[in-house]
Design a protein around this ligand. Structure first.
Ligand code: PLP
Length: 367
């Protein structure tokens, strides 16, 4: 079976290094934040050409922390895409704000920036741009809109570590950017972890306080905080994986170029990347007519596939109270019915990717 994400075979390659790293952390008894977290944080920031940032407990808390530190609260609305993992909107709700969803662009699957201005009112405080599937959003347009309407801009970069826009790493465009190191992400821990990058040092200090019981020093709790610190074992693992992330992203990009090159001539709908963008392909989405049968046939041939995502957020039961209805975001709704993801990860061999492409073309011709 060719898996969507193959963490077992990745581990086999890194095993010795990882076990030594974990042993180092446990032997030192520095389990929470501490020197191992610091080492990873500076490594990640330097690699991303960013100045301010801190590790945290997961990608969801990262978004919540960024919103909270930037002053987003219960009187506010936050605009985000309806085509994202639910965590983006959950974070908006957990600071008491109201998520306002936006339809997506039919080619890039990121937020359709032309539809944002109509959603802005006096309560709107921020936009969360999501670089979904690793595909960078139109940051130039988003920055322009944010500036024009005096809105905060946050980049949910959970699926797009080291993606680029206009030759600059994503995460450097917003007032804050957030990352997830969930095991299956392009850069994944062996448990939960996340990261917040901030434009201003003052925002970083607030994030640091919030995630560690309101303090920067041991006994003075300046504000009411929470416990959303990064775990040192996860930070150590991530620091080891940092050595490989650029190579891994390149393999994903190479694989995507190959898939594109065989699918586009066959009329298969693939994802478009903005000319200014450099996608890191957390997933490789394609659109099909009969998704269920296609997935089933591919499974029978030993190819696992996924769907990111079958239900857009505005139609999720959890957001029923927001009163959206089918038809509100026709592009996202249409895409949610036809989109599926093919395996794309560094562990897939060239001959496997050729097999996947060949079988996918064959199957879609016949269903
Ligand atoms: C994974 C993900 C998150 C949440 O990250 P966790 O670490 O699982 O909390 C948020 N946003 C997007 C777009 C994601 O893909």
């Amino acid at each position: 079976m060719i898996e969507l994400v193959n963490l077992k075979s990745q581990y086999q390659k890194l095993r010795t290094e990882i076990l030594e790293g974990i042993d180092e952390v446990i032997s030192s008894s520095q389990f929470i934040q501490g020197p191992f977290a610091k080492e990873f944080e500076s490594h990640f920031l330097k690699a991303n050409h960013s100045k301010f940032g801190v590790g945290c407990s997961n990608g969801t808390s990262a978004i919540t922390l960024a919103l909270q530190a930037l002053g987003v609260g219960s009187s506010h609305e936050v605009i985000t895409t309806t085509n994202t993992f639910i965590a983006t909107a959950e974070a908006i709700c957990s600071v008491g704000a109201k998520p306002v969803f936006c339809d997506i662009d039919p080619q890039t699957y990121t937020m359709d920036t032309s539809k944002i201005p109509a959603l802005i009112n006096s309560k709107t405080k921020a936009i969360i741009a999501v670089h979904i599937y690793g595909n960078p959003c139109n940051m130039q347009e988003l920055q322009k809109i944010a500036k024009e309407h005096n809105l905060l801009l946050i980049e949910d970069s959970a699926q797009a570590h080291f993606g680029k826009y206009q030759n600059t790493y994503i995460g450097n465009f917003g007032d804050a950017a957030t990352y997830s190191f969930y095991p299956g992400k392009n850069l994944g821990a062996y448990g939960d972890a996340g990261f917040v990058i901030t434009k201003e040092e003052s925002t970083l200090n607030t994030v640091k306080k919030l995630l560690d019981h309101g303090r920067l020093s041991k006994y003075s709790h300046d504000i009411i905080g929470q416990n959303n610190r990064i775990d040192a074992i996860q930070a150590k693992i991530l620091n080891i994986k940092m050595k490989y992330i650029f190579e891994w992203n390149q393999i994903r990009q190479r694989m995507a170029r190959y898939y594109d090159s065989v699918f586009i001539p066959k009329g298969i709908k693939t994802m478009t990347v903005y000319p200014e963008g450099e996608c890191v392909y957390h997933v490789y989405p394609v659109r099909v007519k009969n998704r269920e049968i296609t997935q089933e046939r591919l499974k029978d041939l030993g190819i696992s596939t996924g769907v990111h995502y079958p239900i857009p957020l505005h139609l999720q039961p959890a957001f029923k109270y927001l009163d959206y209805k089918p038809g509100d975001f026709p592009v996202a709704e249409e895409i949610s019915k036809s989109i599926m993801s093919l395996p794309i990860c560094p562990e897939i061999t060239k001959s496997q990717s050729e097999f996947i492409a060949e079988k996918f073309i064959e199957v879609t011709k016949n269903v």
